[in-house]
Design a protein around this ligand. Structure first.
Ligand SMILES: Nc1nc2c(c(=O)[nH]1)N[C@H]1C(S)=C(S)[C@@H](COP(=O)(O)OP(=O)(O)OC[C@H]3O[C@@H](n4cnc5c(=O)[nH]c(N)nc54)[C@H](O)[C@@H]3O)O[C@H]1N2
Ligand SMILES: Nc1nc2c(c(=O)[nH]1)N[C@H]1C(S)=C(S)[C@@H](COP(=O)(O)OP(=O)(O)OC[C@H]3O[C@@H](n4cnc5c(=O)[nH]c(N)nc54)[C@H](O)[C@@H]3O)O[C@H]1N2
Ligand code: SF4
Ligand SMILES: [Mo]
Length: 688
């Protein structure tokens, strides 16, 4: 390290399972490099295509650096710069008046997943104390993973499962509705270790993603039919007679009913439901029956469907039947968050009376006259939330007071009355925990915030002071908040202190290594895993297509170049994304007269967006795919994929159904040369 240089340890804040450890080199108060930390046992160095540009992003010309007040009509994005005092005064007056006239519940604090920090972000529900003192409505952050979480909780008593590091010990790996190489690529090293020892890797995904391409086998299942496949695989295990009777007797409940449901799903029936060849189902079933340990990596993709919760339950049943939970490297890994027992005290004691709960994915429907203030932070609902057109209409309401705390001028910012400039990760303190690994992570600020940016916690402290609120805990410092978070007394956190985290950068949870969490039972009330009772397969919405006007099943997966809508404005990443595109099978393209590289309109009753057609057999007939993350205002036609995603709930946890919508596609004619640079038209198919 050169003289005068400082090395600061941090952690990636984004909603990605990996929560990378990074090292920022600071010289003369300026961050000069950011590199993945090779010493971290899970993330081991490399960051990713997106975050390699994080430093550049912190200095982007369009960064929001000062408080701003709206000067044009809502949606115009026209603002004037104001001072913090002026902003705080205007906000205080408006909030007081709303609370006096309509009650605190007229405020909707709409927090997203822009940072998963336990201090600044959604995992610790930053700002919640402040909102409780005002009696604001509660925000239900259901946008991402709730169907799967609830499905697993009902089965195992927790959404937690395998330590992902133990995939190195798996001998059969099912990558089930997960695009590992795009959405959390650090798991791949462990999969490669398993492969070197002879493991077989199977991707179960309607799209031939870059991950499916690298797997030994790819089952291109019909969207939303995974529960049926799980039942079919278990059916074959029973035919082979390799179920673990001892494990089932000791550690599970509801087996007889579930077994009857399994017996109703022989491979020939499952083939009809899933669109997979019967021979493939049987072959994988036989492999599963005879390979211990089998590790299943299932992430959020497969639960963004009408039956997502039930699908998770059916998949979760597999290691209960095979006894895979006995072994490290066996079981299911969805999220590790359930293993993290920080003390998340949301301070409901500060509420004067119970308040209602408003649902994140239901913004379009629930943002009615009863809401007088929408306070958006670490979220970009105009880009990420279903039913984009209806949200846009609702945000135009003149008597709605909208405050947006942001780093960048998103589509949502365009509808704000007041914009508050937010810090980025190298500029504030935070505590993190990966949801794809077993480490707590510390993020030390490396540089001073640019302009007048403030962290979430500091913004709420200043606002509380400006409003004259007297509750002492509103003024706790970030380090005090960190100490409180670590004070749960849970054995997995024994010996973990703020000092230690600051010094070492990360700490592994105190769990055995290797870790087999359910080798001897489950954290359910009975101590047993609960097999789903009754029907174990809920068909997807897309199964209802029939000969209706919208026959194509649309999947809207994670893009390689953005993280949700974060980085959607980075010029280089936007260029590499090739712009909004839609993958269409040759057969569906031919029947619509679509040609490769042309501009098309993707639409249904809820709305439409424009995309460049990519004709490819990466998707099967009847299925089309277009990645999430493009900013509507930076997209041709001014709309993005969530214009056609409906506001509907999955079967559990009110989960969103991003991959379960029906659309039609029509040609818009050829792309003009001016657009070609962005669209990448004619460059051929590239993986998701
Ligand atoms: N590069 C990048 N990384 C990301 C994100 C990003 O936007 N970009 N987003 C982050 C976030 S917020 C999350 S929640 C995670 C999500 O990570 P993933 O769970 O990987 O999310 P998706 O890309 O939505 O879906 C994964 C795969 O599931 C497939 N799939 C869709 N429907 C079905 C189905 O019915 N059955 C099966 N078997 N497969 C199906 C899709 O085709 C897709 O390839 O990734 C995080 N990581
Ligand atoms: N079509 C489709 N849409 C989807 C999905 C899908 O699969 N398909 N996936 C969904 C999923 S899984 C998720 S998690 C959601 C995510 O949806 P959102 O939670 O809305 O996340 P982002 O779109 O990334 O927007 C986050 C914003 O927070 C800002 N931000 C980041 N850090 C901070 C901070 O510290 N303070 C403040 N004030 N702001 C900050 C960023 O600049 C960014 O604009 O999207 C969902 N949308
Ligand atoms: S987005 Fe994921 S892979 Fe990329 S740096 Fe962040 S945690 Fe690591
Ligand atoms: Mo997510």
């Amino acid at each position: 390290m050169a003289q005068g240089e400082l090395r600061v340890l941090g952690a990636c804040p984004l909603d990605c399972p990996d929560t990378c450890s990074w090292v920022v080199t600071v010289k003369d108060g300026r961050a000069v490099t950011m590199r993945g930390n090779p010493d971290h046992p899970y993330t081991r160095g490399a960051l990713c295509v997106k975050v390699n540009r994080y430093l550049e992003h912190t200095r982007a010309g369009d960064r929001v650096l000062h408080p701003m007040r709206r000067t044009g009509p809502k949606g115009s994005g026209r603002f004037e710069r104001i001072g913090w005092d002026e902003a705080l005064e205007e906000i205080s007056v408006r909030l007081r008046r709303i609370v006096d006239e309509h009650g605190g519940q007229a405020i909707w604090p709409y927090m997203g997943t822009g940072t998963l920090g336990y201090i600044q972000g959604s995992e610790g529900e930053a700002g919640r104390r402040f909102w409780n003192v005002l009696g604001a409505s509660r925000h239900f952050l259901n946008i991402c993973s709730t169907a799967g979480n609830v499905g697993l909780e009902r089965t195992y008593g927790t959404p937690a499962g395998m330590d992902p590091e133990t995939f190195a010990a798996s001998r059969l790996i099912l990558l089930w509705g997960t695009n590992t190489l795009t959405s959390g690529h650090h798991l791949w090293r462990f999969i490669q270790d398993a492969r070197a020892a002879g493991a077989h890797v199977v991707a179960i995904d309607p799209i031939r993603t870059r991950t499916a391409e690298q797997a030994d086998e790819h089952l291109a299942i019909l969207p939303g039919t995974d529960a049926a496949l799980a039942l079919g695989l278990i059916n074959v295990v029973l035919s082979e007679g390799t179920e673990d009777r001892d494990y089932i007797d000791r550690y599970t409940s509801g087996w007889e009913d579930f077994r009857a449901e399994v017996l109703r799903h022989p491979p020939e029936r499952v083939a009809r439901i899933t669109g997979l060849p019967e021979a493939d189902i049987r072959a994988l079933g036989i492999r599963l029956a005879h390979t211990r340990p089998t590790g299943i990596r299932a992430t959020m993709g497969m639960q963004r469907h009408a039956g997502g919760g039930t699908a998770m339950r059916a998949i979760a049943a597999i290691p209960g039947v095979t006894g895979d939970w006995r072994h490290p490297g066996g079981g299911v890994a969805y999220s590790t968050t359930g293993h993290i027992h920080l003390n998340i005290d949301t301070r409901d004691d500060l509420l004067a009376e119970p308040v209602r709960r408003l649902t994140m994915t239901r913004l379009a429907g629930e943002l009615d006259e009863s809401v007088k203030c929408l306070w958006v932070y670490a979220a970009n609902p105009m880009g990420s939330t279903p039913d984009q057109n209806r949200i846009r209409e609702k945000l135009l309401r003149e008597d709605l007071f909208t405050v947006v705390m942001e780093q960048f001028p998103t589509d949502t910012v365009d509808y704000a009355d007041i914009v508050l400039p937010a810090t980025m990760q190298i500029e504030h303190t935070d505590l993190h925990a990966g949801y794809g690994h077993m480490y707590l992570m510390w993020n030390e600020p490396a540089v001073r915030p640019p302009g007048e940016c403030l962290s979430t916690t500091e913004t709420f402290r200043r606002l509380a002071r400006h409003m004259g609120l007297t509750e002492p805990s509103l003024y706790d410092s970030d380090l005090e908040l960190a100490e409180q978070l670590l004070s749960s007394g849970h054995p997995t956190l024994e010996g973990v202190t703020v000092d230690r985290l600051r010094k070492e950068g990360w700490v592994r949870l105190n769990v055995p290594r290797p870790f087999a969490p359910f080798a001897e039972g489950f954290p359910t009330p009975s101590g047993r895993m609960e097999f789903v009772s009754g029907p174990a397969y809920v068909p997807p919405h897309t199964a209802s297509a029939g000969d209706g006007p919208y026959p194509l099943a649309l999947i809207t997966p994670a893009p390689h170049t953005f993280l949700n809508t974060t980085f959607g404005n980075n010029p280089e990443l936007l260029r590499r994304s090739k712009g909004p595109r839609v993958m269409v099978n040759p057969r569906d393209a031919a029947s619509r007269g679509l040609s490769d590289g042309e501009r098309a309109r993707v639409f249904n009753a809820g709305g439409a967006f424009e995309a460049v057609v990519e004709i490819t057999d990466r998707v099967r007939p009847g299925v089309v795919a277009s990645p999430k993350g493009h900013w509507p205002k930076l997209s041709p036609g001014g709309a993005a994929v969530n214009a056609v995603v409906e506001e509907r709930d999955a079967d559990m946890g009110r989960g969103a159904v991003y991959h379960d919508n029906l659309v039609e596609i029509a040609s818009l004619g050829t792309v003009s040369p001016a657009e070609e640079g962005l669209s990448g038209a004619g460059q051929g198919s590239s993986p998701m």
